[in-house]
Ligand binder design. Structure first.
Ligand code: AMP
Ligand code: GLY
Length: 424
């Protein structure tokens, strides 16, 4: 079967790596991909946002399954466009992807379905938003309704900070149209985890849980990023907690979405806050997490293509998903300066030596090929050094041994990925 993966990050490299293991995959294509993906798939120079060109290409090449990695093309309706021409797409329709595309829609669905979550208000007027904030007090969380590449959330510890966030989003329009409506939420305490399920419109099967490290610096200090590292499984998500997340945060939503005529198909990513063993929903994403996908794919033993096809065809019921016994951990290498301004084009050496360490796989995120085949940095998050081990401590030490074999003076990483799971 001919399969096309859409996207160019570490998540998509990990997906390609897992898809290539499937006997169902005869030919793998990636648009636009990256040099790491290029070792596994034929690269097609079409950006993830170019829906028209992607649909035309998939048709002309007789692609039988399109796997859509990032949220933006899903929210824009790429899965619908493909379905309209008879091509299977793994990923939700635009109607269902609104769960990530509009936090207001998501919060209303969560309330309708009785899913435990933070109390909230939706606002299109700054004054009403500010009155709500003054009435509730700090800490409080202010979010843009629309997609803002992970930057549209302010966890405010003071009233002034919360009021300033309203001005930033609504008056200064720092996030453009995404901030025309905002959501204000109660602050939830606890330990955060990423929980993943695969859904076929009716049936949801749990995949696995992971935890990522959003802050740029060691000890979870400094500004938020897309994620500086992750590990799976997540000790905080015990079997009992996982069952509660399925029963309270996943299954009621899948039922509610189907009842609304927006059946959800694809990967459902629930960001949850866990306190005293009780999960509350923070948000849904309509895709795999990045870098969580890297550790999930390192652990997955089942055939991912078989699961994706079953999800597309509402055939998930009865499937069993198998995992390797070893935990996995990924350390993200980023360009110095990230998440602020950074330089592109520096040469990354030592990749071969790093990848030779037992249990280690290197996923490319923001790289490009230079002349003479050298690999150059081409983004903020550049590499995902992923390792499995007999336990998490071994996975961590393997990943950092690989990091230490790299020759990339322009890069950096956190040195404490996994600390929460490894603290005595
Ligand atoms: P979101 O994009 O909605 O997941 O928000 C980004 C991050 O902000 C989350 O991963 C949490 O760390 C934090 N956050 C969001 N909402 C809340 C909340 N209601 N209470 C506490 N922290 C939150
Ligand atoms: N790592 C968090 C995300 O992908 O949204």
């Amino acid at each position: 079967m001919k399969i096309l993966v859409v996207g160019s990050g570490g998540r998509e490299h990990a997906l390609c790596w897992a898809i290539r293991r499937s006997p169902l995959c005869s030919h793998l294509l990636a648009a636009p991909g990256n040099p790491g993906i290029g070792q596994l798939a034929e690269l097609v120079p079409i950006a993830a946002e170019e829906s028209d060109a992607l649909v035309r290409f998939a048709q002309s090449q007789h692609v039988e399954l399109v796997v859509i990695g990032p949220e933006a093309p899903l929210v824009a309706g790429l899965a619908d466009r493909l379905a309209a021409v008879g091509i299977r797409a793994f990923g939700p329709s635009a109607d269902a992807a609104l769960l990530e595309g509009s936090k207001g829609f998501m919060k209303d669905m969560v309330a309708k379905c009785g899913i435990p979550s933070a109390a909230y208000g939706r606002f299109t007027e700054a004054e009403a938003a500010k009155d709500f904030i003054r009435a509730k007090g700090a800490p409080i969380v202010v979010k843009t309704d629309g997609l803002a590449a992970g930057k549209g959330v302010v966890v405010a510890t003071s009233l002034d900070e919360a009021l300033a966030a309203v001005d930033l989003m609504m008056a200064e329009k720092a996030f453009g149209a995404a901030g025309e409506e905002i959501v204000i939420e109660e602050f939830l305490e606890g330990e955060e985890a990423s929980f993943f399920a695969i859904v076929d419109g009716q049936t949801a099967l749990p995949l696995a849980a992971a935890q990522d490290h959003k802050r740029v610096g060691d000890g979870d200090q400094g500004p938020n990023t897309g994620g500086m590292g992750a590990y799976s499984p997540a000790p905080v998500v015990t079997e009992a907690v996982a069952q509660k997340i399925m029963d309270r945060c996943i299954l009621p939503l899948v039922k509610g979405m189907a009842e609304q005529g927006r059946p959800y198909k694809g990967v459902l990513f629930a960001g949850v806050m866990i306190k005293d063993g009780e999960p509350k929903l923070l948000e849904y994403n309509v895709r795999f997490g990045d870098p969580e996908c890297q550790v999930l794919m390192a652990r997955l033993d089942s055939d991912i293509v078989e699961l994706m096809l079953a999800a597309c065809e509402t055939q998930l019921a009865g499937h069993r998903i198998a995992w390797r016994p070893q935990p996995a951990l990924v350390v993200v290498m980023a360009a110095k300066g990230y998440p602020g301004a950074y330089r592109k084009g520096s040469v990354i050496g030592g990749l071969g030596g790093a990848a030779a360490i037992e249990g280690v796989t290197i996923f490319h995120a923001g790289t490009k090929s230079g002349e003479d085949g050298r690999i150059l940095a081409n983004g903020g998050r550049v590499l995902g050094i992923t390792a499995i081990g007999s336990d998490l401590a071994q996975a961590q030490s393997r990943a950092y041994r690989a990091v230490d074999r790299l020759d990339w003076p322009d890069g950096f990483c956190r040195r404490d990925i996994g600390w929460r799971a490894l603290r005595g």
